[in-house]
Design a protein around this ligand. Structure first.
Ligand SMILES: Cc1ncc(C[n+]2csc(CCOP(=O)(O)OP(=O)(O)O)c2C)c(N)n1
Ligand code: SF4
Length: 289
């Protein structure tokens, strides 16, 4: 995978929209970028189809700005709101059938290791909570049990948003949704704890309200998945459309939930992953001095 793969087919240069041309020419390649460089490169076309104020789109932008090696990264998505934006990002991606994302990512990662034994290729799953904790849970957990070297990111908006508001395993107890009018009867699934027990060497919960921390978490999750084991990141992304609050209130909602303790920023790093990251992060600091 090289920068040259992102190009406009000859003959179509004149008809492609200006912002797509910009995506092709100024993607996050060829230099090291991070969350604080957002705006100096193009990672996602502005006119993506997600709702105004959607926290998933915020999270997606921050993830795309945090990839340690975007040229050699493939994102595996799944059906849901976030998948609508994947045709508009500047990183290689594959759309998988709803719930199959970790099985597809497994095959892809193994194939890339065989095809490019001397190169680092990062495979990253980005999917909604319905795709991860409900329909795809079997494949998600089996990939963790097998210690597949992939990173799984859940965009947790606590609802099946794309199909109009059914409850998911991640909806909080009592949540009333368009298609759960009586309120959810049981609590949010503790997927971070399950991930840890199932073999993930790095697990974190985070939100787009802490952009730099989110960037660091995504980077660490991808780096450990290169050599140590699978990693899981759960990003809290409240959905204004289904939970019926104003677009501008998204970050405020996250802070309210943090204050009441129903959303917490957490990080678990296994001792082996800790030692590995300390080596990498120490070497980077020495380089920068
Ligand atoms: C195999 C399959 N089953 C069901 C659907 C219908 N479907 C499309 S999107 C979606 C909900 C996605 O919810 P989630 O994963 O939480 O993502 P969100 O839309 O909330 O971001 C469902 C059930 C589908 N497209 N394919
Ligand atoms: S329905 Fe919710 S999750 Fe889906 S695009 Fe709109 S705000 Fe985002």
């Amino acid at each position: 995978m090289i920068k040259g793969l992102f190009r406009i087919s000859p003959g179509f240069e004149d008809v492609m929209p200006a912002e797509y041309k910009e995506l092709v020419t100024t993607g996050p390649y060829g230099r090291e970028v991070g969350v604080s460089d957002l705006g100096t490169f193009k990672e996602l076309i502005e006119e993506h189809p997600l709702c105004a104020g959607c926290a998933e789109s915020l999270a997606l932008r921050l993830i795309l700005a945090s990839l340690p090696n975007p040229e050699d990264t493939v994102i595996v998505g799944s059906t849901g709101c976030s998948s609508l934006a994947f045709s508009q990002v500047a990183v290689h991606n594959i759309h998988s059938l709803f719930g199959n994302q970790n099985a597809v990512a497994t095959g892809l990662k193994r194939a890339l290791r065989l095809r490019f034994p001397d190169k680092v290729k990062d495979v990253l799953v980005i999917a909604g909570d319905g795709a991860t904790v409900d329909i795809g849970l079997d494949m998600v957990m089996q990939s963790w049990f097998r210690r597949e070297l992939i990173t799984t990111i859940m965009l947790d908006n606590e609802v099946y948003a794309n199909t109009g508001g059914q409850e998911s395993g991640m909806s909080p107890q009592g949540a009333v949704l368009n298609m759960a009018p009586l309120g959810k009867k049981f609590p949010k699934v503790a997927l971070p704890e399950i991930a840890r027990e199932a073999g993930c060497v790095y697990v974190a919960t985070i939100s787009p309200d802490l952009p730099r921390r989110l960037g660091k978490v995504v980077r660490r999750a991808i780096l450990v998945a290169r050599e140590i084991g699978p990693s899981y990141v759960q990003i809290f992304c409240p959905c204004p459309t289904n939970f019926k609050f104003r677009s501008a209130e998204v970050l405020q909602k996250i802070r309210e939930r943090q204050k009441e303790g129903t959303f917490q920023v957490r990080e678990y790093v296994s001792p082996e992953a800790e030692a590995y990251l300390a080596g990498l992060e120490g070497a980077k600091q020495r380089e920068e001095q």
